[in-house]
Structures are given as C-alpha cells and as structure tokens.
Design a binder for this molecule. Sequence first.
Ligand SMILES: [Ca+2]
Length: 105
Amino acid sequence: MKRFLSLSIAAALAAATLAAADRPAERQKNQQKRIKEGVESGELTKREVRKIEQKERKLHREIVKDRVDGPGLTPAERAKIEAKQDALSGKIAKEKHDAQTQKKQ
Ligand SMILES: [Ca+2]
C-alpha cells in the first residue's frame, strides 16, 4: 500500500511536470476556449475573431518553430512565448469587453 502510494505520488508529480512543460499548449487551448465563448456570447465580432485568430496562428507557428529548432523550448523561448501569450490574452479580454458586439450589429 505504501509502495502504491509513493507510485501514485510519483505519477502525480510526473503529470504536474508534464503540464508545466506544456504550458504554452495549455494556454493556447485555454485561449481557443475563451475565443469560442466570446463568439457564442456575441462579445466578439467576426472581425475581432479574425484578428485574434490571425495573431493566434502566427504565435502558434512561432511556438512550433521554437520547439523544433533546438532542444525543445529553451527558458528564453518560454519567456518570450509567455509574454506574447499574455499580450494575446489581454487582447482577447479587451475585445470581449469593448463596445463592438456581434449582437448589436
Ligand atoms: Ca468585442
């Protein structure tokens, strides 16, 4: 039982490490969800979605490139991606709460 427990803890730790390691992907998924919610609620206009998706795609290509151009993502690449995802996240929040909504048009 004790052994099983320590194995569970090891598995949980491994999962946590994996999640932390794939934080860029996790954030991309989260942002896609927020965009989808914005479309469904009408907070995002088609034009806003187009602009956000364009930035999202550009960043995605950059992340893919950063992943393959060396030993995975370096700390510097992670920091850069994190900053760009922060900016994109702010953009999504701003567009969701501005005056332009799909419903009013
Ligand atoms: Ca909006």
